[in-house]
Design a protein around this ligand. Sequence first.
Ligand code: AMP
Ligand code: MN
Ligand code: ZN
Length: 650
Amino acid sequence: PLQYSSKKNAFGTVVSGTKASAGLPQAGDEFDFYRSFPGFQEFCESQGDTLLHCMSRLMQHHGCRSLIKDQNKLTGLEERFDLVVDSNDVILERAGILLDEADGLNRSQRPVMPAGFQPPKILVSSWNREVGRSKTFRLLQAKNIARPQLKFREKIDNSNTPFVPKIFIKPNAIKPLPSLREERPEDLDVPPALADFIHQQRTQEQVDDMFAHPYQYELDHLSMPERLVLKTQEPQMYKPMAETNLFIITALEDLVDLNEKLCKLPEFAVDLEHHSYRSFLGLTCLMQISTRDEDFIIDTLELRSEMYVLNEAFTDPSIVKVFHGADSDIEWLQRDLGLYVVNLFDTHQASRALNLARHSLDHLLKHFCNVESDKRYQLADWRIRPLPDEMVQYARADTHFLLYIYDTMRAQLLEFGHGQPGLLQSVWNRSKEISLKKYVKPIFTEESYLELQKKQKKFFNTQQLTTFRLLFAWRDKLARQEDESTGYVLPTHMMSKIAEELPKEPQGIIACCNPVPPLVRQQVNELHLLVQEAREMPLLKESTNIRGQKREKSNSETGELTPKPRKKQMKVAEKPQDTFKPFDYSQSDLNVFADAKSKESTQFDPNRQDKTKKKKMPKGQKNNFGAGNRSMSYMAGKSERGFHHNWPKR
Ligand code: AMP
Ligand code: MN
Ligand code: ZN
């Protein structure tokens, strides 16, 4: 309500200010007449000073140059106008960023570090030009947190091909892993045509099997273990963390021991920690396992290629694996570790079934264990090694209490169902559905960009949309190649901004990014070429999908711009096939804008011309470009330098 009322207040103030300004004597004869009175002149001077002072303070507040009110009047009018325009840029830009943030567009993925941890300085990675004879550029290692990928035995497959399960040994199998069948249809006593057909069928089946969930069959034939429903056992209280042994596992032999230990238990709790910023597909960094007596933290970066040994316990249908919110974990386990879960119990699903107030783990911890957890480390950079103690403690707490929570929730689910297992069964079923999830690799298609663009809630004209498409492809390719997230290469909100602004200069691309991503800085010329390519596109009356124009972001957003007004020029142009460029003022009739007498000349933005047709303008009304008209600031923005010098002198 406060926001609403202050917004209303601000709007009212702006409206009355605009009204008052419109009520002032008009430039020209009217003003000259009034100015012949000394009183008027004096009043104007003092008000002018006050205004300039106000503006100057506003500009200072935003860290802009503010020589606007220099006593010696050394600064010319034009120069001052520049300063105002620059400041407006800064202020509106800031507002834009905040609005984006409010929209959730700008979720920055800054890794959280534990208190006292000195984040290494991020060094801009450098390029090895021309490796060998090939013209490809290779990124040298950034010298901050060591990239764990470098130590992986199997190289990461970022290729634009579907994910193939990593599993090669299948413990607890009812149906064996698909293997290439040696028997050829030719060996059968059938005509060649039929043999071909059978061969085709089999090949297709093999391909399907290759991509299928390796435990699909086992999970399809699994029913809820009886033991889950037994009401005999009371919830078993967790041991205090201080009295619980913690094992940090970084060696294969310890992992094998752990697996043997787990295989003897009726249940254990599991959680994972993940890193997604400096990797294309993401990295599983840590696995936490808690039994009733012990906590384990496994370095899954170190043991990535060995983790599969846990499949023996993880796919044992008689052992319950308790996770909280396993949706992502199930995918990460498959993708990085080749692990599958048979007999999952997800406490998040239980929380939903019990209709608890909130379903997050910290809420369950508070609710069932009266433990305050600090979820700050959720977004920590889990690649850090050695793992700081705070992070170890945090990670450990994610599974330490989970078996007790599982006990309690199970009892409550039975209680809720008056002893009938229906509710428990449905939680178990949902958990099974989750364990059946298959990891799907992000696949780049010619249409991928559209999906993302739709989420931007912006009207894009053809040039802007083309820019977005080209940048999207550039970013995807580079991210796969360098094994970085697309968000690291070029965050979506910056990509969207570049598309929106269509900067003419490489510098303009840099200006759209704050902070500038290292790869953008390195490849700014390539990016510039892409934007230029997009600017060659004819501007069609094509606006994209978007549900509603939420707010006007810039003049270049006017998707309804049509080439019509330029048709004349097209005839004059040397090459008639030249597509017209809407912002190329060198080709435009600048006289229109330089004409001081024309009232419409304050309509200095050629983009706007089509939008606000003269007819639609109430007669005599100035097209007031003050008061928050963002287009002004963009017109005079860095990439369009020089143009506003043709504005009418007033
Ligand atoms: P958790 O299951 O809460 O331990 O989270 C597992 C992993 O998911 C973390 O290591 C993060 O990488 C990721 N994650 C969890 N919560 C968030 C969040 N709110 N935003 C982004 N990533 C998250
Ligand atoms: Mn988790
Ligand atoms: Zn966790």
